[in-house]
Design a protein around this ligand. Structure first.
Ligand SMILES: *[C@@H]1O[C@H](CO)[C@@H](O)[C@H](O)[C@H]1NC(C)=O
Ligand SMILES: *[C@@H]1O[C@H](CO)[C@@H](O)[C@H](O)[C@H]1NC(C)=O
Ligand SMILES: *[C@@H]1O[C@H](CO)[C@@H](O)[C@H](O)[C@H]1NC(C)=O
Ligand SMILES: *[C@@H]1O[C@H](CO)[C@@H](O)[C@H](O)[C@H]1NC(C)=O
Ligand SMILES: *[C@@H]1O[C@H](CO)[C@@H](O)[C@H](O)[C@H]1NC(C)=O
Ligand SMILES: *[C@@H]1O[C@H](CO)[C@@H](O)[C@H](O)[C@H]1NC(C)=O
Ligand SMILES: *[C@@H]1O[C@H](CO)[C@@H](O)[C@H](O)[C@H]1NC(C)=O
Ligand SMILES: *[C@@H]1O[C@H](CO)[C@@H](O)[C@H](O)[C@H]1NC(C)=O
Ligand SMILES: *[C@@H]1O[C@H](CO)[C@@H](O)[C@H](O)[C@H]1NC(C)=O
Ligand SMILES: *[C@@H]1O[C@H](CO)[C@@H](O)[C@H](O)[C@H]1NC(C)=O
Ligand SMILES: *[C@@H]1O[C@H](CO)[C@@H](O)[C@H](O)[C@H]1NC(C)=O
Ligand SMILES: *[C@@H]1O[C@H](CO)[C@@H](O)[C@H](O)[C@H]1NC(C)=O
Length: 800
C-alpha cells in the first residue's frame, strides 16, 4: 500500500474513477490492451460463496452478525473510512462491534510508538530458519494485538522477486517460491497464533513498482497501470505457489495488487480473484484492495473483491469523505437490482469469519490513541465517523522481542567470503571502522533514502518501521571494544574515505582489521536504479583495501548487490546482513566475534556481471496509448537460479550459498515411501480445502540424509534438497528446483538425520491442458547440498 499521506499527495494531483458503480458486469471488457501472444483474462463468474471450511463455528457467528446489519451498515463493513489506523472499518456500537483496525506492515506495526522493528522479509528468508520465521510472526502479531490492530498487512509474497531491481523485493522473502511459501506459512501461523489476522499481499504478479498505478491528468487516466502478462504455468509454479501456502496456513485476508494482469486491473480480475484464489485455492477469507487499487464498483465486487481500502480516503486528489466506488453505491446497486444481495452478504461473511475464528470479539485491546496521532495517512482532522479511542495511550508492546530480533539478525547474516579464517575476529587491538552505514541515522528514521549518515535496518514505504530503539553497528562494536580493550577508529564519511589516501587518515601502522559498512536503499513506489551499494560504496572499499590488507565488508542492503570487489586480495571477508531490524549492531557483532557461527544463505543469486540478469523491469514506453504499459513475463519459469542454471551461466554467489566457521558433510541419501498407496500421476480428486485440492498437500515420499559437523566449532547448516523433474516434463522445466531445506544446529562431531517430506505438489508440474498438477513419469533427480551449486549427493528415483 501507499506509504504516507505526503507521498500520496505527491503521487496525485489527480482523481480516480470516483464514478458511481458501473453497471457493466464484465470487468475485463472495458480494458482491452494489445496483448501480443497473451490473451485477456477469461471471465469467471459468479464469485463463490465462502463455505467456512475449517472455520465452521466462526462462519455461523459471522452469519448471525450479518443478520443484524442494516443496508447502510453493510456498506460500511466493506468500505474503509478515514480513522486512527491506515485502514479502518468503522465500529457499530449498537451491536458491540468496535470496528477493524488495519495496520502496516511486513516487518513491524509501522504507525505506532513503543513497538519493535523486526528483520525485513529478505533477512528472514536468508535465515532459512522455519522456527525463527514463526517466532518473528508470533511476536509481530503480539505487537499488533497490543496496539489494538485486528489486521496486519503482512506478509508479502508479491513481489516474488522476478527482477533484481524491483523496489519492494526486500519486503517479501525470495524469488524461490518454495522458500517464500514456507516463510509465508510460518509467518502467517505466527501472526494468527497471536490472535491477529494476517494479510497475504500483493496478489498477484506485482513484480515492479514503475507504473504500478495509472498516470493521471487531473482526474483523467492518461495511461493505465502496467499489465503483467504471463502464462498459466508460470502463474501456478512461481507466482501463485507461495500464496497457496498462505491460504493453506489459514490466512485471513489477501490484498489484491495495483497493477493489471493480462490487461484487467487485478482487483477486478475475475479469473484471478474468483477463479484462481477462491475456486482453485479454496480461499475462505476476504480480498481487500491495495490502497487506491479499486477502479470500479460492481465489476470489482462481482469479480471477487470483498473490501475496498482505504475507501473514500484522499487518494488521487479525492477529498476525504464518504465518496467511494463502494460505500453507499453498494446498497444502491443492490436496491436497484444491479448487484445480487447475496454477493454483499458473502463479502461480509468473509470479512467477519476470521474475526470470530481468531476470537477478536472477546477482549481485543482498543486502538492505541497514539497510533491515530502518528497516522499521517488519514490525519485526525479527516475523520468523520465515530471511533472508540478510550484505550490507554502509548502502550509499550515490545516485551522481550529484541532478543529474538537479535537472534534472527545473526542467524540471517550470510558470510560470502572468509579468506584464511579472518573471521571470527581474534581479539584485534586496533579496529578501523569505515562507512556511513556504521553509525546513527539522521533524525527522522522513517525515510533514510536521502540521508547519507546512518545505518539502514529496513527500506522505505509502507513496509518500513518506526524505531523506538536501535543498536547501531558502531554502538555494538564500541561496547565490545570496552570488553576486549580494543581501540576503535571510526571514519563515517564515504566521500572523504573514497577520495582520500586512507593511510593519511589513520593512526600510524596497519589496523588489525578494517570493517567497512555499506548500505543499499530500496523503497515502495520506485524500482532500484542500480545494483551497486549506495554512497559510492565500491569506491569506499577500493580506497580502504588499497591500504588495509585485512578489509572486511559488511552490507546492509535491500537485496542483490553487484560486488565488484569480491575478488580483491585485501578484502578478506564479506558479510551480507541485509535489513536485520533494530538489533542490527548486536547481531553483526555476534557474528564478527563468533558468538554466533554464521548460517545464513543467499535467498537469491548474485550474478558475475550486472548485465547477466534477465527479467528487468519496464521503465518506459514509447507511446501515448493508454494501454501501452505491458510487461511480458517471457522468461517464464526462468527467474533467479532457474535462469542461471538453465543458461548454464557462471555466477558470483549462487542461491543458497553461505559460509560457516565450521564444516559439514552430508551422507546416506535415502528414500522412504509414505504409506503403501499407489502413487498416480494425476492427483485423486480430493476436497478443495484452503490451499486447493487436499491431495496436493499429501506427503508421498520422504528423503533423508545424515548431516555431520566435521569441524571444530558448533554451528548450524542448511542442507538443501533440489529436485529435477524427469525428461517427460514439458519444455521449459527448470533444471532443478528447491523442494526442501532445514536449518540444523550441531556440536562439533555430532550428526543428525534430516528429513525432507515431499508433497504431491512438490513432485508435480502445472499442466495447462488438464488444468491440474501432474507428476511426470520417468526418473527424478534428487540433489542434496549446501547451496544450489554445491551439490554433495545425487540419486535418481521413479516416483509414479
Ligand atoms: C464477458 O466477456 C467475455 C469475453 O469477452 C464474453 O464471452 C462474455 O459474454 C462477457 N460476459 C458478460 C456478462 O458480458
Ligand atoms: C493470461 O493469459 C495467458 C495467455 O493467454 C493465459 O494462459 C493465462 O491463463 C491468463 N491468466 C490470467 C490470470 O488471466
Ligand atoms: C450464495 O449463497 C446464496 C444464499 O445464501 C445463494 O442465493 C447464492 O446463489 C449463492 N451464490 C453462489 C455463487 O453460489
Ligand atoms: C491535460 O488535460 C488538459 C485539459 O484537458 C490538456 O489541455 C492537457 O494537454 C493535458 N495534458 C497532458 C500532458 O495530456
Ligand atoms: C444502480 O445503482 C448503481 C450504483 O449507484 C448505479 O451505478 C447504476 O447505474 C444503477 N443502475 C440502475 C439500473 O439504476
Ligand atoms: C469512553 O470514555 C468516555 C469517558 O470516560 C465514556 O463516556 C464513553 O462511554 C466511553 N466509550 C466507550 C465506547 O467505552
Ligand atoms: C593467507 O594465508 C597464506 C598463508 O599464511 C598467505 O600466504 C596469504 O597471503 C594469506 N592470504 C591473505 C588474503 O591474507
Ligand atoms: C564529507 O567529506 C567531504 C569531503 O571531505 C566534505 O566535503 C563533506 O562536507 C563531508 N561531509 C560531512 C557530513 O561532514
Ligand atoms: C593490499 O594491502 C597492502 C598493504 O597495505 C598493499 O601494499 C597492497 O597494495 C594492497 N593490495 C591491493 C591490490 O590494493
Ligand atoms: C573470483 O575468485 C573465485 C574464487 O577464487 C574464482 O572462482 C573466480 O573465478 C574469481 N572471479 C573473478 C571474476 O575473477
Ligand atoms: C522512441 O521513439 C523515438 C522517436 O520516434 C525514437 O527515436 C526512439 O528510438 C524510440 N525509443 C524506443 C525505446 O523505442
Ligand atoms: C498397506 O498399509 C496398511 C496399513 O499400514 C496395511 O494394513 C496393508 O496391509 C498394506 N497393504 C499392502 C498391500 O501392503
Amino acid at each position: 500500500m501507499l506509504f504516507s499521506f505526503l507521498q500520496v499527495a505527491a503521487l496525485a494531483a489527480t482523481a480516480t474513477a470516483q464514478s458511481a458503480v458501473s453497471s457493466a458486469s464484465n470487468s475485463t471488457s472495458s480494458y482491452l490492451p494489445i496483448l501480443g501472444p497473451y490473451g485477456n483474462s477469461p471471465p469467471v463468474y459468479p464469485s463463490p460463496n465462502a463455505t467456512g471450511i475449517g472455520w465452521e463455528a466462526a462462519l455461523e457467528k459471522a452469519k448471525a452478525f450479518l443478520a443484524q446489519l442494516t443496508p447502510e451498515e453493510k456498506d460500511d463493513m466493506v468500505t474503509g473510512k478515514p480513522g486512527p489506523c491506515v485502514g479502518n472499518i468503522v465500529p457499530i456500537p449498537r451491536i458491540g462491534f468496535n470496528g477493524l483496525c488495519l495496520q502496516d506492515g511486513p516487518l513491524a506495526i509501522r504507525v505506532a510508538d513503543y513497538a519493535s522493528v523486526f528483520a525485513a522479509g529478505v533477512s528472514t528468508a536468508a535465515s532459512f530458519d522455519k522456527k525463527l520465521m514463526y517466532e518473528r510472526g508470533l511476536y509481530m502479531g503480539e505487537e499488533f494485538r497490543g496496539k489494538g490492530a485486528q489486521v496486519a498487512l503482512s506478509p508479502v509474497a508479491g513481489p516474488l522477486g522476478r527482477s533484481a531491481y524491483a523496489g519492494r523485493n526486500w519486503e517479501g522473502f525470495s524469488p524461490d517460491p518454495y522458500l517464500t511459501g514456507k516463510a509465508m506459512e510460518e509467518t502467517i501461523k505466527g501472526i494468527q497464533a497471536a490472535g491477529v489476522q494476517a494479510t497475504a499481499k500483493h496478489w498477484i504478479a506485482n513484480e515492479q513498482e514503475t507504473q504500478r498505478n495509472p498516470t493521471y491528468n487531473g482526474s483523467v487516466i492518461v495511461q493505465e497501470s502496467i499489465s503483467s502478462n504471463l502464462d498459466d504455468r508460470t502463474m501456478h509454479e512461481l507466482y501463485m505457489w507461495p500464496f497457496a501456502n498462505a491460504v493453506r496456513a489459514g490466512v485471513s485476508s489477501v490484498m489484491c495488487s495495483y497493477q493489471r494482469l493480462n490487461g484487467s486491473y487485478t482487483c477486478e480480475n475475475s479469473k484471478a480473484l474468483n477463479g484462481l484464489l477462491k475456486e482453485e485455492l479454496g480461499f475462505q477469507g476476504y480480498v481487500m484492495s491495495d490502497w487506491g487499487g479499486t477502479h470500479s464498483g460492481v465489476p470489482s465486487i462481482e469479480s471477487g473483491l470483498d473490501m475496498n481500502m482505504p475507501g473514500g480516503l484522499g487518494l488521487y486528489g479525492l477529498t476525504f469523505g464518504e465518496a467511494s466506488d463502494f460505500g453507499r453505491n453498494v446498497s444502491i446497486a443492490v436496491s436497484n437490482g444491479t448487484l445480487d444481495a447475496s454477493r454483499v452478504d458473502d463479502m461480509i461473511i468473509r470479512i467477519m469469519t476470521p474475526y470470530f475464528h481468531l476470537g477478536q470479539d472477546v477482549d481485543f485491546p482498543l486502538v492505541d490513541p497514539s497510533s491515530g496521532d502518528l497516522n499521517t495517512f488519514s490525519p485526525t482532522d479527516t475523520w468523520f465517523r465515530y471511533f472508540n479511542l478510550n484505550g490507554t495511550r502509548s502502550r509499550d508492546v515490545r516485551g522481550n522481542h529484541s532478543e529474538s530480533i537479535r537472534e534472527l539478525g545473526a542467524s540471517a547474516t550470510v558470510m560470502l567470503k572468509n579468506v584464511n579464517n579472518t573471521l571470527p575476529l581474534k581479539a584485534p587491538k586496533v579496529i578501523a571502522i569505515f562507512g556511513n552505514d556504521a553509525g546513527e541515522p539522521a533524525p527522522g528514521y522513517l525515510n533514510q533514502n536521502n540521508y547519507e549518515a546512518g545505518t539502514l535496518v529496513a527500506g522505505g514505504g509502507s513496509g518500513t518501521g518506526r524505531l523506538t530503539s536501535l543498536v547501531t553497528p558502531l554502538d555494538a562494536l564500541k561496547a565490545q571494544a570496552l570488553k576486549t580493550g580494543a581501540i576503535i577508529e571510526p571514519y563515517l564519511n564515504n566521500t572523504l574515505i573514497a577520495d582520500t589516501d586512507i593511510q593519511t587518515l589513520l593512526n600510524p601502522g596497519q589496523p588489525d582489521v578494517c570493517l567497512v559498512f555499506l548500505k543499499t536503499w530500496a523503497e515502495e513506489a520506485a524500482d532500484r536504479k542500480s545494483l551497486d551499494t549506495d554512497w559510492r560504496g565500491n569506491d569506499v572499499v577500493e580506497s580502504v583495501a588499497s591500504y588495509c590488507s585485512n578489509t572486511v565488508v559488511i552490507t546492509h542492503s535491500s537485496g542483490i548487490n553487484n560486488l565488484p570487489f569480491a575478488n580483491h586480495t585485501n578484502v578478506t571477508a564479506i558479510l551480507a546482513a541485509h535489513f536485520p531490524g533494530e538489533q542490527t549492531g548486536n547481531s553483526i557483532v555476534d557474528v564478527l566475534y563468533g558468538a554466533v557461527n554464521p548460517s545464513g544463505k543467499l535467498p537469491y543469486t548474485i550474478a558475475l556481471e550486472i548485465d547477466d540478469y534477465n527479467a528487468l523491469p519496464l521503465t518506459s514506453v514509447n507511446s501515448t496509448d493508454p494501454y501501452a504499459w505491458n510487461i511480458y513475463f517471457e522468461e517464464k519459469l526462468e527467474i533467479d537460479y532457474r535462469y542461471f542454471d538453465a543458461q548454464n551461466m557462471s555466477v558470483r554467489y549462487e542461491f543458497g550459498f553461505g559460509l560457516s566457521y565450521t564444516t559439514f558433510s552430508v551422507s546416506d541419501l535415502t528414500f522412504l515411501k509414505c504409506g503403501n498407496a499407489t502413487v498416480t500421476s494425476v492427483a485423486p480428486a480430493g476436497a478443495v480445502n484452503p490451499g486447493g485440492n487436499e491431495a496436493l498437500w499429501e506427503t508421498l515420499w520422504y528423503v533423508t540424509v545424515e548431516l555431520t559437523n566435521t569441524g571444530t566449532v558448533a554451528g548450524a547448516e542448511v542442507p538443501q534438497l533440489y529436485l529435477s523433474l524427469p525428461a517427460s516434463a514439458p519444455a521449459g522445466t527448470p533444471p532443478k528446483q528447491l523442494r526442501g531445506f532445514e536449518k540444523v544446529y550441531l556440536e562439533p562431531g555430532a550428526s543428525s538425520t534430516v528429513t525432507f517430506p515431499l508433497m504431491r505438489r512438490d513432485l508435480s508440474y502445472w499442466d495447462i491442458i488438464s488444468q491440474d498438477w501432474l507428476i511426470p513419469e520417468g526418473e527424478f533427480g534428487f540433489s542434496v547440498g549446501f547451496s544450489s551449486r554445491d551439490i554433495k549427493l545425487t540419486a535418481g528415483l521413479t516416483v509414479v
